[in-house]
Design a protein around this ligand. Structure first.
Ligand SMILES: Cc1cc2nc3c(=O)[nH]c(=O)nc-3n(C[C@H](O)[C@H](O)[C@H](O)COP(=O)(O)OP(=O)(O)OC[C@H]3O[C@@H](n4cnc5c(N)ncnc54)[C@H](O)[C@@H]3O)c2cc1C
Length: 385
């Protein structure tokens, strides 16, 4: 399999678009914690964020592999798709579990970019990774539900018209299984903010527009519930394989960025009268990162292939996300070291990408939880929690 050659036209078009958003653009946004509005608009106008939406709703109806290629090239170019990648896959929950009315109401707008579905609200401060212990609850009141509670690290809420939200509709203690009793809603942020929903931005290590949310008697129409009441956890899980595979592709792009930058600098920078890349102490770590890149690529596109064939791919999606996020982190470290002091200066973009790529070992799922999944489900060892 040749690497980085699938969908060549898409790759070329993404590279061209990203060339209009060079390092200076991202550095400027980083300094002021500003959202990359122009970049996201350009991706939307080019149709890149709607490739996975079926043609009947106005998307391109392409396989997930096409989405992977887009995100890989964005990250390889030095840009960051974290500002908008959710527009590509969050709609999957609506597509799979929404009724016809909900799908025709929202999907065409999401496909043409007039509706932004960028926010996905699961994490809470007290439950963390243990999602079945979420406390935000929705109580039925006539044709509405009333929502109270709190979420944390919910990204892009200030740049989204809609949010997919997971809440409890039956207390955990009253359910047969802890994963029962949760439901998923589409929240229209344009109605909600100021009417029971408050958004507080969280300043973080990277410019990711992440926020905390407070729900104080927010009314949401029952018509906005996706699927059956109480089955929400399953609906959310269904979307996670796509998310993992697409994020893993961003990690592949990051790894390529670091390997290419490190190689170029190692060849060009002369110290002691010779290129630093002539020293094996500099050359070998970059070569090792390149080998990890190849392995990560094969894992990610293997998982994407299974997903596109409709085959089970939970472990493959998770393993590829973990391996690719670590490949990116190793390459980031090498790239920084290769650049000496200059790696720490903002103008090289290495320190920014170094910070940005670290996220993917924690979100959307942290490494330990993937290791535990593999230990239990692939290897048959006992669950520790
Ligand atoms: C920038 C950013 C953006 C995010 N965007 C979103 C978003 O849009 N929507 C959303 O819902 N969430 C979002 N998240 C949340 C993210 O998914 C969580 O931070 C992540 O899943 C980890 O949860 P936690 O922070 O509560 O960590 P915790 O669950 O508190 O875990 C802390 C550490 O302990 C480890 N740990 C916990 N339990 C175990 C165990 N049983 N065995 C071994 N190790 C364990 C974890 O692996 C982790 O390393 C975002 C987070 C960040 C930082």
């Amino acid at each position: 399999m040749s690497l980085h050659t699938n969908y060549p036209e898409i790759r070329e078009a993404v590279v061209k678009l990203c060339s209009q958003y060079p390092g200076e653009y991202w550095r400027g946004l980083d300094d002021t914690s500003t959202y990359p509005t122009e970049f996201v608009q350009a991706l939307t106008d080019a149709g890149f964020l709607s490739v996975l939406i079926p043609e009947e709703y106005g998307g391109a109806g392409l396989p997930i592999e096409a989405g992977c290629v887009i995100l890989e090239e964005i990250h390889r170019s030095g840009s960051n798709a974290g500002a908008c990648h959710a527009q590509m896959y969050t709609m999957g929950t609506l597509l799979r579990h929404g009724n016809d009315e909900q799908k025709s109401k929202y999907l065409p707008g999401i496909a043409d970019g007039s509706l932004r579905l960028q926010a996905f609200g699961v994490t809470e401060p007290t439950s963390g990774t243990d999602t079945t212990r979420i406390r935000t609850k929705a109580v039925r009141d006539g044709d509405d539900y009333i929502i109270n509670g709190q979420k944390v690290f919910i990204s892009r809420t200030e740049h989204s018209d809609l949010m997919i939200l997971l809440v409890r509709t039956t207390p955990r203690e009253e359910c047969k299984k802890p994963s029962d009793g949760m439901s998923v809603f589409i929240v229209d942020m344009r109605d909600a903010v100021g009417n029971g929903l408050t958004i507080n931005p969280i300043k973080a290590m990277i410019n990711h527009s992440t926020t905390e949310l407070f729900f104080d008697n927010l009314r949401v129409p029952a018509a906005n519930r996706l699927g059956e009441e109480g089955k929400g956890f399953k609906y959310i899980l269904d979307g996670m394989n796509a998310e993992r595979i697409l994020i893993a592709s961003e990690c592949i792009g990051d790894t390529r960025f670091f390997v290419e930058r490190a190689t170029a600098y190692a060849n060009e920078r002369e110290v002691f009268g010779r290129p630093i890349g002539q020293n094996q102490g500099i050359q070998f770590p970059i070569a090792r990162n390149y080998i990890e890149l190849q392995a990560a690529y094969l894992m990610v596109y293997h998982a994407a292939g299974l997903f596109d064939e409709g085959k089970p791919c939970g472990s493959e999606a998770n393993m590829s996300k973990m391996f690719a996020s670590e490949a990116a982190w190793h390459a980031a470290d090498t790239c920084l070291q290769t650049h000496g002091g200059f790696g720490f200066t903002q103008e090289y973009d290495i320190e920014r990408k170094f910070r940005e790529c670290r996220l993917y070992q924690t979100a959307p799922i942290s490494t330990n939880l993937i290791l535990s999944h593999v230990g239990i489900h692939e290897l048959g060892m006992p669950k520790s929690f």
